[in-house]
Design a protein around this ligand. Structure first.
Ligand code: SF4
Length: 375
């Protein structure tokens, strides 16, 4: 069993060098499937005996991608396209792209024509989740994904394997939620950057392996004395809050992150796959209907604001930082709604622009310093 410091360093290293994780699995003779953000049916990949690996972009200047994407495509997709075109993602057996926003819809076609060496598997999630037909429809989408995965493995996944994978993913969801809770008693150790690394690293590990590491981290944290944090506490909302320089600015200002509504972090773990309700594919489809509080999922009445208010109340956060991914329409549509709800409830908000390609963080530093003065 590794100690707390070693485990945290391990997860940070995975975030700093995801390619090393890809090479590690390839060296073991495993096949790896790239999973575009924000949601893909990773369980199907896992149950097919392959490693699902998240593709959340990175700090690269788009050059080749400019021939495929307009300048107003979001930075994550610019980076993913660049990595696909420049060979960084070589070794992946396929990528799965959820056509869940306009940019991702375009990405399916850009990838198909631009990155011919890595097959692309599209999936379209239903937005009218009230209709029972949405479940049948999503099952048929999963079946198409499975058929394409079979062309890679040569074997059709079976029901027992899918049930095992669903259990592994539900266990992982539970340990990530537990980590988020325990972390709040140790904000001196779990700084914003450390918290982010624990969440993000999940995309670069087989989920059972990640569960084992995070469980050790939680157990070690529980042995430490509780830290009574006196600085400002915030909730992060948005798609991602990176690169790390932004999280360092929070630490410089003694700001602790006590909860998040980031697509890359806690949004992944809100909804378990139900234990009952049918076979594995049907239960996975039902999980989609359980997801909530996400700009990419249609919900009547815009309940995300109330959800964020509740998060602040439960964690003692004084405000919310909207981590606004540049050119992300779904998040931009949601922001005025949830910020109004937060203001009505007496919470402060500030928006910072997230751009993986940017090199200067002085504007963000100034905005966060001013925000802290209000808290
Ligand atoms: S949801 Fe936003 S960040 Fe994600 S792919 Fe679409 S535009 Fe980009």
């Amino acid at each position: 069993m590794a100690d707390l410091k070693e485990n945290l360093a391990l997860l940070k290293a995975a975030c700093d060098n995801p390619k090393a994780r890809l090479d590690y699995y390839l060296a073991q003779g495993k096949k790896v499937v790239g999973c575009f953000p924000p949601y893909t049916p990773e369980e199907l990949v896992h149950a097919s005996g392959m490693i699902p690996m998240g593709l959340w972009g990175g700090q690269v200047e788009p050059k080749l991608a400019k021939s495929y994407l307009p300048a107003f495509a979001c930075p994550i997709m610019q980076s993913d396209m660049e990595f696909g075109l420049n060979g960084t993602y070589e070794g992946l057996s396929a990528v799965i792209i959820p056509a869940i926003c306009d940019t991702l819809r375009c990405m399916t076609q850009n990838w198909r024509f631009g990155v011919k060496s890595i097959p692309m598997i599209p999936i379209v999630y239903p937005q009218n989740r009230k209709s029972p037909a949405s479940v049948d429809y999503l099952i048929s989408e999963f079946e198409t994904v499975l058929t394409m995965l079979t062309t890679i493995t040569g074997n059709m996944m079976n029901e027992a394997a899918l049930c095992r994978s669903i259990n592994i993913y539900n266990e992982h969801n539970a340990i990530m939620r537990r980590f988020a809770q325990v972390a709040n008693d140790h904000l001196d150790v779990i700084t914003p950057k450390v918290r982010h690394a624990v969440f993000k690293s999940a995309f670069f590990y087989e989920k059972g392996e990640h569960t084992a590491i995070v469980r050790e981290i939680v157990e070690e944290l529980e042995k430490l004395p509780v830290c009574h944090w006196t600085g400002p506490k915030v909730v992060l909302a948005g798609i991602t809050c990176e690169p790390d320089q932004i999280l360092d600015i929070l630490s410089e200002n003694q700001v602790a992150v006590v909860a998040d509504d980031l697509a890359q972090e806690s949004r992944q773990y809100r909804a378990d796959t139900p234990e009952k309700g049918g076979g594995g594919l049907k239960r996975l489809a039902l999980q989609w209907n359980e997801r909530y509080g996400c700009s990419l999922i249609h919900e009547l009445g815009k309940p995300r604001g109330a959800m964020l208010v509740k998060m602040c109340q439960e964690t003692g956060a004084q405000g919310v930082i909207s981590c606004m991914m540049k050119f992300c329409d779904p998040e931009e549509y949601d922001q005025p709604w949830y910020e109004n709800d937060l203001h009505d409830a007496g919470y402060h908000t500030v928006a910072v622009s997230i751009d993986q390609q940017v090199g200067s963080f002085e504007q963000i530093r100034t905005r966060i310093q001013s925000f802290c003065e209000m808290l």
